[in-house]
Ligand binder design. Sequence first.
Ligand code: ADP
Ligand code: MG
Length: 356
Amino acid sequence: GRSVHQIQSGQVIVDLISVCKELVENSVDAGATSIEVRFKKNGLDSIEVQDNGSGIAPDDYETIALKHYTSKLSTYDDLSSLQTFGFRGEALSSLCALSKFHIITARASDGARGTRLEFEQSGKLKSTSVVAAKQGTTVVVETLFHNLPVRRKELEKNAKREYSKVLEMLQAYACISTGVKFSVSNQVPKGKKMVAFATNSNPNTRENLANVFGAKALLTLIPLSLEFEMDPSNRPGSTQSVRNWGTQEEGSHTVKIVGHISRPVVGEGRGLPDRQMFFVNSRPCNLPQVRKAFNEVYKSYNISQSPFVFADIKLDTNAYDVNVSPDKRTIMLHDQAALLESLRDALAELFEGHDQ
Ligand code: ADP
Ligand code: MG
């Protein structure tokens, strides 16, 4: 039968996207300025994420893949002021249960020596060996879901589609991460390695977008910079939302939205992929209602094609909750209705002011 560990792991690691998301976030958390993601056969054979971050301390080797081990949270109070992506210690433990998994890691003080870590399915450290390695960590995930036949079949069936969704997600991380060099490649059987995309260590998101979507794409974009005060208590019929602000003091909150969007001009935006990327405090996330608001405002200006949107919503950390789903992909915005209303108004104002 299936172990409890396997079942629980399957809630954190649900697909190829969750694997890549967890590994890339770990690299960002480790302070990496270079992150290389290598797929073999669209990720079916393997996914490797190599970074030049802090590396793993030898004291942590034994515990790193145990369930609920995390080096990122020292007290419960830290949860509210959390700066890192990770804090649950579930990703590595889940990957041990669901794939053939190993790590190579080296710290700055290790010279050219690194350590290869092998784990049991339970996450217990099985063996260590010395290998040549540069500073940083490489996590290797082979044959994902090898021990869950139904999931494995599903993955094999949808490999190409999953892979293209993964690329979109990685592009979002690459574009939002300034000062981090990203490179993503895929090796198909007998074929040569294909670079999917790469960014330089750019100082701003604009140059990241140019690297990923081509310099020409920038010509059709305008900067997005909205700022509005949100006062939930002013909105009629919003008592429920007001309560959702929880411990917030009464009064308004400043919301900033920064990024890049297609020019609100009919016929523009062609040549740009129909892509919409949303972030909350630079954390990539799915925000279907925000997406809808953008689309509707564009539509009200008779711009039929889907706009390109890259929008980072800067919010108070207690104005949203990332803990709603185990995979942390869904973010719950407290008082979303008021935010959407202000967003629509601010966008309309921006479009009115724009030379059509
Ligand atoms: P979390 O990110 O929630 O702490 P994970 O299971 O993703 O949990 O990782 C467990 C621990 O492994 C992390 O807390 C960190 O100490 C270490 N770790 C994982 N990936 C890396 C990496 N790329 N570089 C350095 N340390 C890492
Ligand atoms: Mg993590």
